[in-house]
Design a protein around this ligand. Sequence first.
Ligand SMILES: [Zn+2]
Length: 748
Amino acid sequence: MKKIWAHVIVAALSVLIFVGCAGLKSKVPPGAVPRPETAGSAKVKPPVLTREEAILRAKQIAGVSYTLWFGLDRDNPDFEGRLVAIFELRNRPKDLAHGLFIDFDGGRIHSLKLNGNALEIGPERYNGRRVFFKGSEIQPGMNRAEISFGHSYGTTELGLNRFVDPQDQNVYIFSNIDAQGAQFVFPCFDQPDLRASFELTVETPDNWTVITNTKERENVRVDGRMSWAFPPSSKLSTSVFALHAGPYSFKKSDADGIPLRIFIRKSEQARLSLLTNAKEWFELTRRGLEFFDLNFAYPYPYSKYDQVFLPELETGTIAGAGAVAFSEKYLFGGQPAALPKARALDQERADLIFHQLSHMWFGNLVTPRWWNSLWLYEGIADFMATWAQSGEGAVMSGNAEQIWARFLREKKRKAYDHDRIEGQKPLEIPVAEADGPRAGLGSGDTGKITAILKQLRFYMGEDEFRDGLQRFFIKSAIRNAGIAEFLKAMGEASGEGLAGWQRAWLQTTGVNTLRADWKCEQQEVTWKRKTKIISKISEFRLLQSGGVVLRPHRTEIALFDLDSGARKLRPRETLAISYSGAETQVRALVGKKCPDFIFPNYNDHDYVRVELEPRALNFAQQNVSRFAEPLMRQLLLTTLWDSFIDKQLSAAQYFDFAMAFLREEKDPGLVDWTLETLAGPEAAGPLLNSFGPAEFSRLGTFLLRSYKATASGSELHAIWREKLLKAPPQVLASPELAKEAARLFQLK
Ligand SMILES: [Zn+2]
């Protein structure tokens, strides 16, 4: 499971920022001081854990538990620890031919005992990364390793980090643990399928609070310091271990008996209360817990849920079991809540909270067996976060339509663009080394996984999909599982195996194109002795093309009539249908009254590029504003933009269409997106490249007029303003427009 949100991704066609869990992160950030080689470390370090080593070690031992003591204080650049690791040798002596090792990266070992025998610590024993035991030193049955160790703090890298608050000089310690980060904190078998219970005692300065995976059993004062004792955790992967300490302020609440706490450093406490963000944050957390409890049919797996805000968390978030961490920037959102765009920020916040919360099930309760399943867990968390905002009983600010419209323009579009580039990797790829998973998850992948899971949910049916999730948790809770277990549970729930689906969707790349091909013919109808000529559908086919392979899809076809009397266009009828080959006859629609418009991916369940034939394209250009549902308008907008990119529409046609559309549209997300295609510094490139001075002047005039026409202080006003200020210089190049812009924005 990946707990990294390394990059803030600006979607090409939107300025609404969102944070993806899909970034790449190097172990040591640029500018950071590399960890020093420590006593006993060899010059050349062995490679990180390989899959083969992990498989072997999981055969060697089982039944692991760690009892840990940590001594933390404010001024020391190092921390000290003591570990008792209990593990059981499995009955396979041949697996011990090369001994056994414990991971501990960059630390110092002060003393080491195995089963009561003190062992010498030379380079053969500890090479700076691994503590080695010979096969002959391990006894049958239970073994007990006692290690006294030390390690330096980092600043923002993997391991335990130390932060000095410049406002009040308070010191905060926080863990940043990734696929293989626990080994920077204490010696452990650092691989996901050697789950273990952790029982901690942490000694700190008097006024500190300690947060880890369980809730403290007691905290007592000993010689002017505080000793925090925690009960043993459930069996966790080392990658979800968490340890944060410092003079934190906190707020607490409750969700149906589950204690909720939010921690923040002292100097930011006032801001937290002032913005009443804690209340809102708790409320979203409660809604998320309720939604996931219901849909996963597996109760929240930990004894409490802590959310800790950290000042210097460059990875953005960490989903420790029962203790997640967020960068402080997410709490404050970069701007006060009263400003326009607050709604978009609210959605980002909901995304963020639900994403981390869903990792308590997907990632922590069930953990990937190996890192090549990471994409699945990230994608599921992203899908769940979107579903939780749009699903029944958990509707957030904005309805389901708007949530999925936003997903389409901000993430799914990007996934399509990536997926169409030749040489892209499919989602399922082997990851040889533990450090490799980041290389397997590209920035477009999260959106693709979410989109494909949305497609799978529709392909299976929502009840069956939910049933599949429940089966998955019943089988895999407190275990490790990958795509095979996930799809097995889903396949059982759907009543058919998903092997073909898996091959087509997860092991190939490329986007299929879908076109609805239909004909109407006039028919004479006699009713109550009157004869009328009406037009009926005489033939209807779905045509699939493109992509590396044609895939099994399920989609929803919608039929629209202009003459339905209503001002807004809603489908007269819809039809859910599966298709797989190049051509699928849709007999259920033959004989229906001929509609004015047909869209073959209504509600955007399908992962496919829709191509409209000329008369449908023309209809879409003329009528987008009349479609009632924002998701439908967004689907048509993206289809029209694609048609321009594919040269079915000329630049002039797209330009005219977009200006006409913007005169009518009031949905901020849609306005923002369309404006970006007209005047975004990068996104509008394909359009603006064909413009001469006359077109630029027309565009500039239009933008300025529209800006002046929107109500000051509104969200739309802010969007137009931002677009004008960021537009390429040619847009406001003419002297009159430049003068007008300078007057409006008081530019010098
Ligand atoms: Zn995540």
